[in-house]
Structure formats: C-alpha cells, structure tokens
Design a protein around this ligand. Structure first.
Ligand SMILES: Nc1nc2c(ncn2[C@@H]2O[C@H](COP(=O)(O)OP(=O)(O)OP(=O)(O)O)[C@@H](O)[C@H]2O)c(=O)[nH]1
Length: 523
C-alpha cells in the first residue's frame, strides 16, 4: 500500500491506474489480515465475530474492486464506505483484543500495539480526509513502519529463540542418544553374560546328569563318595570351593579343594557344632550374599542325626555387573538343586545298601543269615566241584539253651546269642562264612578246609565258649557250652546233597554223647 501510494511506484512501472487499484486493494485487505490474525489468536473468544469480519472485508474488497474495474462504480466512491466499515471493524477488533490482551504472549501484544498505532494513524487520516478534523499531515507510513518493525523484530526474536531451542534440543537429543546407546550396550553385555550363564547351566546340567547316573551305579557309599569327589570340581568350576566330610569324631574334614582356596576362607577342619556355617539360601531381590556359599549334603538314613554327611563351600561367584544379583540367585538355586539331587541319590544308595544288608544279615548277631548261607553254599559247591578242593560244613548248637533262657530270661538269652556270634566271627577266616542258621543254631562253611582242620577249629571254639563267662547286666552267669557236628566234601560225603544231613547227624551224635563236644563224620 505504501509503495503504491508513493511517487516511487511510477518509477517501477508507469501505470498510475493500476497502482491506484493496488493501493485500494491493499488498503481494503488491511482489516482482512487483522481479523484473520485475531481469529487465530482469539480462537477461544468470539471466533465467529472475527470469522465474519475477515470474510466480510474480503468480499467487500473483491466487490468494490470488481465493480470499479467493470465501471459500475467509481473507485473513489468506495473509499468512504470502506472507511466507515473499517472504523466499525477496528472498534470491534479493538474491543475483542482488549478483553484478551493480558492473556496474549508478549510478541502478540507487541504486534497488536503496532497494529493499534497503524489503525490510529489510519483513523486520523480518514478523519482528515473526510474533513472531521482540520487538515494536517498524518504519518500513516510511520504507523506502517512501526508495524513492519514490530513484525521484523518479532521474527528476528522468534528466529533467535528457535535457534536456541534447536540448539538445546540438539544437545538434549545427543545426550539422550548417548544415554540410550550406553543403556543398550549395557543391556547387550548383560544379555551376552546371561546367555553365557544359561549355556554354562545347561552344560553343567548335563554333567550333573552324568554324575547322578554314576552315583546310581555305585554299590557302596564309600565308592559313591569317591566318585562324588572327582566330580565336584567339574560341576562347580569356575567357582572355587571345598568339600568337607563328616568324621566319626563329629568334625568336618576338608577332603577336597579346587580353584584358589585359602585356609582362612576354607579351614581344614570345621567343628560340627560350633563353626559349621549356616546353609546359604537362595537370595531374594536386593539381598546380599555372603562371601562363602555353604551347602549341606544330606544323606538321610546315614545315622548322622541332624548333621549333614558332607558340606560344600563355594566362594561367591564373580559375575558381570548388572548380572550379579540375578546370576548369583540362579547359581545358588542351581547348586542347591544339584547338591540335593546328589544327596537324594546317595540316600537311595544307602537305603539300597541297608536293604541288601538286612536281607542277608541276622539282625541280632550281625552274622549272615540262612538265605546268604544257602547262596554261598551253592556257590562254593560249584567251586569245589570244579577245583576238587574240600568244603567243610560245621553245624553248631548252644547246649540247653532253653534252660538258660528259662533261668535268666529271654534278653539274657539274646545277649548269649550275640556273644557266641561274636566268638564265631573271630574264630574263622574271612573267607569262611559264619551264619546264624536259626534259633540257637549256627552254621559255618569253610571252603578249602579238610575235615580235620574244620574239626580242630570247632574244638577250639567249643573250649573257648565253655571257658568264657557270660556277663549279663554286670553279673557273671554260668558259662555256656556248644556242640558241633562237622562234615566235609568229599571226606564225609561224595554227594553234596548229603553234606547237611551228615553235619546234622554229627551234631546229633555230639548232643547224645553228652554235649560240649565236636563230632566229625567221615565215610
Ligand atoms: N533268647 C533267645 N532264645 C531263642 C532264640 N531263638 C531260639 N531260642 C530259644 O532256644 C531254645 C532252643 O531250645 P531247644 O531246641 O529245646 O534246645 P536246647 O534247650 O538248647 O537243648 P539242646 O539243643 O538239646 O541242648 C528255645 O527255648 C528257644 O526259645 C532267640 O533268638 N533268642
């Protein structure tokens, strides 16, 4: 508008009429721009009024210029109408903006004030043009300049603010990216460590399965412990550790160590009552774990009372940061399970051992029972038939045991049976089999012993029993005597099936001959 109204416009293009139309058009569009601006800013307050205003002025501008262009009206005649309308519109806009002025941003306020200044000059210019006030030069261009300066300074200020915000955003973004990258790297490291732990767990699980299978194949507890000791480092490395076994004196003796173990952390001996560490429990979240992890190996029917048969001490595993809590809990849980599984397997083995012992042992005397004796006899008979070596059989019976029982009671009788059983155990070789054949009757099988040797051994036993006082509850009771019948293959009978009968008959003869003696049969 300023360019079109100035003389300089003619230097740009010598088209005075066009510049007139341009000046009128830009003049008529001033309220359109202002109303649009306020429509945007005051959208919560009177949005309809501002909407109507800019549309109305736009229509006016188009209509006035259009009609003037087609020659229906004179362009100059549209100015008074516009001035009237502009005045009303400016008042309406000023009213609306004034109400919301305080709620606007600083730059909006500055822009509105510059608009108000421009509007003030326009109104003054109109008043002069229409003769309401005496003629005086009105510096409308100063208003336009103020408005333009406001727009430029707001734009510059905005630009500066945007640049600053952008810079801050960039710094913030870079920081966030760095943080996220670090977090992601930590997570990756943790996941790698976790997968390594899982792989280790699975390989150790396979090893444990092998150890358990090996333990199940053992025949005795000692054999199983030997296997266990060779397997423990394989199962628990890379964690350092020691294994302690309960001694008869009730102490825990270090029987195995692996890795870097110091005597301070892993003593050679731990007292079963005083210095035994508490077993480590699986740590819950944020719970600290002691430097040494302790696990009890319990072998239940092993007559240790409450005490574990073995103790496993491990140093606290060293794990990557971030995995320490989770990893330690997992490892402790796994070691717990593995030790428990091994304990259960060993308990099964002990039970099996006991069952086997009970099925072949006499509960009172601890000698072998008749079942074992019969099996042993069958075996030795085969050996003798193949090798031709002699096999002697002794049948022994306590004399007048009924009277002893009646005189001193059944319990004293039991003690007597135990005493005779002990003596029998001492009088024969380890390769001989001594068994309680039933009641007060005993049988001895002497592989490789000829009849005479067996007889002599039986006689020595008879003499020893007769000369050994029977002490019961601190009192000496009358000494017992035994009678024995001895038979030998092939001297007494060439037929093995007859050997028992021959020994029995010899025993019968010893009884009849007055007891406390040995009778040996020969063909
Ligand atoms: N205390 C005790 N007595 C038993 C046991 N087994 C058998 N007896 C007793 O042993 C006695 C055996 O008596 P008999 O068969 O008459 O033989 P005996 O009295 O020794 O007479 P002879 O053999 O002829 O000298 C019975 O009284 C049984 O009760 C046992 O386990 N404990």
């Amino acid at each position: 508008m300023l360019v079109a109204e100035s003389q300089a416009s003619l230097l740009i293009a010598y088209a005075p009429l066009t510049w007139d139309y341009l000046a009128a058009g830009s003049y008529y569009l001033i309220p359109v721009a202002l109303a649009l601006l306020l429509h945007q800013w005051l959208s919560e307050h009177r949005p309809l009024l501002m909407g109507w205003l800019w549309k109305f002025h736009l229509m006016f501008a188009v209509a006035a210029l259009g009609l003037a262009l087609v020659g229906a009206v004179d362009l100059s005649s549209t100015f008074p109408v516009f001035d009237g309308l502009l005045l009303v519109s400016l008042l309406l806009m000023a009213g609306s903006a004034g109400v919301r002025f305080k709620r606007l941003y600083l730059e909006q306020q500055a822009l509105l004030l510059s608009c108000a200044l421009l509007a003030g000059f326009l109104v003054a210019d109109m008043a002069v043009a229409h003769g309401f006030i005496p003629w005086a030069p009105v510096p409308v261009s100063w208003g336009a300049l103020a408005f333009s300066l406001a727009v430029v300074s707001i734009s510059v200020w905005h630009y500066g603010r945007t640049q600053k915000a952008l810079q801050e955003l960039t710094v913030d973004l870079e920081q966030k990216v760095a943080e996220r990258t670090e977090r992601a790297e930590t997570m990756v490291q943790r996941e790698v460590a976790r997968s390594r732990l899982l792989a280790l767990e699975s390989s150790k699980g396979q090893k444990l399965a092998g150890v358990i299978a090996g333990l199940q194949d053992c025949f005795t507890l000692d054999q199983a412990f030997d296997l266990l000791l060779s397997a423990l480092p394989v199962l628990y490395l890379p964690t350092d550790g020691c294994f302690y076994r309960l001694t008869k004196a009730g102490q825990y003796e270090r029987v195995l160590s692996w890795g870097r173990v110091t005597e301070q952390a892993f003593p050679l001996v731990m007292d079963g009552h005083v210095s035994l560490l508490e077993p480590t429990t699986v740590p819950v979240r944020h719970q600290s774990v002691p430097e040494q992890l302790c696990f009890y190996l319990r072998v239940e029917p092993d007559n240790n009372g409450d005490r574990p048969a073995g103790v496993l001490l491990l140093s606290r595993p060293e794990l990557a940061e971030g995995l320490a809590e989770y990893g330690t809990a997992r490892i402790v849980a796994w070691v717990h399970q593995s030790v428990e599984k091994m304990g259960i397997t060993l308990s099964g083995l002990v039970l099996r051992e006991q069952l086997q012992r009970f099925s072949y042992e006499d509960g009172l005397t601890g000698l072998k029972n008749r079942r074992h004796f019969d099996e042993f006899f069958r075996h030795e008979r085969e050996v003798s038939l193949r090798t031709g070596s002699p096999l002697s059989l002794l049948m022994l019976d306590i004399d007048h045991f009924k009277v002893f029982n009646d005189d001193h009671g059944h319990e004293a009788g039991d003690e007597a049976l135990k005493m005779v059983g002990d003596m029998l155990g001492q009088y024969f070789r380890g390769s001989d089999t001594v068994c309680r054949y039933g009641g007060e009757e005993f049988a001895v099988l002497m592989p490789g012993a000829p009849l005479d040797e067996a007889r002599l051994r039986a006689e020595a036993l008879c003499t020893a029993v007769a000369n050994t006082p029977m002490i019961y509850q601190g009192k000496a009771l009358s000494a017992l005597t035994i009678s024995a019948g001895v038979a030998c293959w092939p001297e007494s009978s060439a037929d093995f099936d007859e050997l028992f009968r021959a020994a029995d008959q010899a025993l019968y003869r010893a009884k009849n001959a007055g007891r406390n003696r040995v009778v040996a049969t020969s063909v």
